[in-house]
Design a protein around this ligand. Structure first.
Ligand code: IPM
Ligand code: MN
Length: 350
């Protein structure tokens, strides 16, 4: 569409810094006739300290009215662990039914990687993890008995519904079918997690019958971590549950240039609610406010946002600008957050 009504949640720590660069690049890439409206939401650690609120209903309601959400990072060591993660970030993902957590990884030329790869292999490392975003052990379905005593028992139940699994598996098949290699790998642990694991595999096989052109594969999650390091080029699209996907995508980022480059989209494919785009990294309080954070992951998340809203040309322009910027990077000449944002904004300028 010819206008974008964007909600901006910079959040905590470096979230503020990287989101500013993401917006800079967004403004630079959009053609004149696309009107961009932004509204910033003050949510995160400071808000919680001030008012005790994480995400009031009125703000949740107001966020609903936007075309998309750009989020920086949530979390701060001054707030008890879980308060903001559950009360804000996961609350948004659940309330807006972000059942596809899309996390692409690509090994760009000239990017540092701990992998021993030749140049030919680099180009072949290009995969996307479709992480389920609304179920698994993330639902808060659990409890603790005799808390704090030596006899404590804690449970954290992984919730998997046929409805929830089928919709994310179908989305992953669609994505695989649209890519040149058309390969989809299911990652789970069905040799141990026999209830959820078998349900995932059965649904995966059943939906697969509708996609005869997609080649399928299954890996246990532990084996998958080996291949992420030894043979990442074997992957094209991966579909997995919320927790496995969380862990695998940090590993994916680590082997493809680091967490500074990893983008993500929390997508509600039906369009009923706004989708939310955020770098995979966290608020990095150790470097916050120093202009050291790499805004590239946020800028690439803006590309995912534009693609989701149908602005494919602009999305590609951003991705090409990032590739070109990475190709010219010299690790011995570090740039500030702002300088990287400026360089990318110049490259994408329309
Ligand atoms: C992520 C983060 C979150 C998650 C946390 C902060 C709740 O690690 O986006 O990957 O586990 O999903
Ligand atoms: Mn994570």
């Amino acid at each position: 569409s010819r206008s974008i009504n964007l909600a901006v949640v910079p959040g905590d720590g470096i979230g503020q810094e990287v989101v500013a660069q993401g917006l800079k690049v967004l403004r630079s890439v959009l053609p004149q006739d696309v009107k961009l409206e932004t509204k910033e939401y003050d949510l995160g650690a400071q808000r919680w300290h001030r008012t005790g609120e994480t995400l009031p209903d009125a703000e949740l309601e107001s966020l609903k009215g936007h075309d998309a959400i750009l989020l920086g990072a949530i979390g701060d060591p001054s707030v008890p662990s879980g308060v903001l993660e559950r009360g804000l970030l996961l609350k948004l993902r659940f309330a807006f039914d972000h059942y596809v957590n899309l996390r692409p990884s690509k090994l760009f030329p000239n990017t540092a990687t701990p992998l021993a790869v030749g140049d030919e292999q680099r180009g072949a490392i290009d995969f996307v993890v479709v992480r389920e975003g609304t179920e698994g052990p993330y639902t808060g379905n659990g409890g603790s008995l005799r808390t704090g005593t030596p006899a404590e028992v804690a449970t954290e139940v992984s919730v998997n519904t046929a409805y929830g699994v089928e919709r994310v598996v179908r989305d992953a098949y669609e994505r695989a079918n649209a890519r040149p290699r058309k390969k989809l790998t299911l990652v789970h642990k069905n040799n141990v997690l026999v209830y959820a694991g078998h349900m995932w595999k059965n649904i995966f096989d059943k939906v697969g019958q509708e996609y005869p052109d997609v080649t399928t594969d299954y890996l246990h999650v532990d084996a998958a971590t080996i291949f992420f390091v030894t043979q990442p080029e074997r992957f094209d699209v991966i579909v997995t549950d919320n927790l496995f996907g969380d862990i695998l995508t940090d590993l994916a980022a680590a082997v493809t240039g680091g967490i500074g480059l990893a983008a993500s989209g929390n997508i509600n494919p039906t369009g009923e609610f706004p989708s939310m785009f955020e770098p995979v990294h966290g608020s990095a309080p150790d470097i916050a406010g120093q202009g050291k954070a790499d805004p590239t992951a946020t800028v690439l998340s803006v590309a995912l946002l534009l693609r989701h809203l149908g602005h494919e040309t602009e999305a590609v322009r951003i991705e090409e600008a990032v590739a070109a910027d990475l190709a010219e990077r010299d690790a011995s000449v570090p740039r500030t957050t702002d300088e990287i944002g400026d360089a990318l904004a110049v490259r994408v300028a329309s």
